[in-house]
Design a protein around this ligand. Structure first.
Ligand SMILES: [Zn+2]
Length: 308
């Protein structure tokens, strides 16, 4: 009898919790989403065979904004730029990054999403590389006069090979928090084989006590949500068959994430240095698929926030 009562009591609890979840006034947890198309204006970003990163990131971001607006009509979308300029019409990349963060913080965003495209350090498309394919004998003469003698030497034979730039795939970055004490951290710590990851190794704009406070705040309040959304984005990419490199965190080169006082992620949507992926990233079909992936992750992210 006691057991039956306990079961009834337990199911009653879960039923009530369910009802509560269903009928309570849901707080809008994503009032404002800040969308940041990487690069712009004098900063083209990485270069493919036929396109520049700044144009691809803008096209994807504008489509993403429209899709979010449709799915979450109550959410305000703030763009750091909507045309081919550096945010705030900045005249340097560094100033542009500062403006990106300023726009995000002034609009009191609940989420910051930066859109980028990746590239390897090798030339876009592919490149020729000389390789030794064998050796041939060559007769040389050494010494002078009476000491002069014949010598057979091996000379390498070179041939040029076309090396296709095959690296493809998406990566989502979060800004590195000091998680030295945390176990079970699923985030990949390796450095990516890429030359993009934003651009700035310059420091200065975000240093000082204010920046330090923001960094602590990020670690306490925003790191977990950033990592959650980044994981969901990578999962959605994988679901549509994209190659993914998973979630990575960096403490350098993504100043814009460090400087935003909200959960923030930077999505490297794919490699412009691979001919096929560059076509995909430039195509309407590819851009729509990427937008669907990110939107799918956002829906799951919002759900996670709601049930917390
Ligand atoms: Zn970039």
């Amino acid at each position: 009898m006691g057991l039956i009562m306990a079961v009834i009591a337990l199911s009653g609890v879960s039923f009530n919790t369910h009802l509560f979840r269903h009928f309570r006034q849901k707080p809008l947890l994503l009032h404002t989403i800040v969308l940041d198309p990487g690069h712009g204006g004098l900063d083209p970003g990485t270069l493919g065979l036929m396109s520049r990163e700044k144009n691809v990131t803008l096209a994807i971001t504008l489509k993403l904004g429209a899709a979010i607006k449709k799915e979450f009509p109550g959410t305000k979308i703030v763009y750091t730029r909507t045309t081919d300029i550096l945010p705030g019409n900045a005249s340097t990349t560094k100033e542009g990054i500062y403006n990106r963060a300023q726009i995000a913080n002034e609009s009191k965003g609940d989420l910051f999403i930066s859109i980028h495209c990746n590239a390897t350090v090798k030339p876009p498309g592919g490149y020729y590389e000389k390789r030794i394919t064998g050796y041939r004998k060559r007769t040389e003469y050494v010494g002078k006069g009476k000491l002069k003698r014949k010598k057979i030497v091996d000379v390498p034979v070179y041939k040029s090979f076309w090396i296709k730039n095959t690296t493809i795939g998406a990566t989502t970055f979060v800004w590195k928090a000091d998680r030295s004490g945390t176990k079970g951290d699923a985030i990949d710590q390796r450095e990516a084989d890429s030359k993009d990851v934003e651009d700035s190794t310059e420091v200065g704009a975000f240093e000082g006590p204010e920046a330090r406070i923001r960094a602590e705040l990020y670690e306490k309040k925003y790191f977990n949500n950033s990592a959650l959304l980044a994981t969901l984005v990578e999962e959605q990419f994988a679901k549509t068959g994209r190659k993914t490199w998973g979630v990575r965190q960096r403490g350098v080169g993504i100043k814009v994430l460090e400087a935003t006082a909200m959960p923030s992620i930077l999505i490297e949507t794919g490699y412009l240095s691979n001919k096929e992926e560059e076509r995909y990233l430039n195509s309407d079909r590819g851009q729509r698929e990427i937008v669907r992936n990110i939107l799918g992750a956002l829906k799951r992210y919002r759900h996670e926030l709601e049930v917390k």
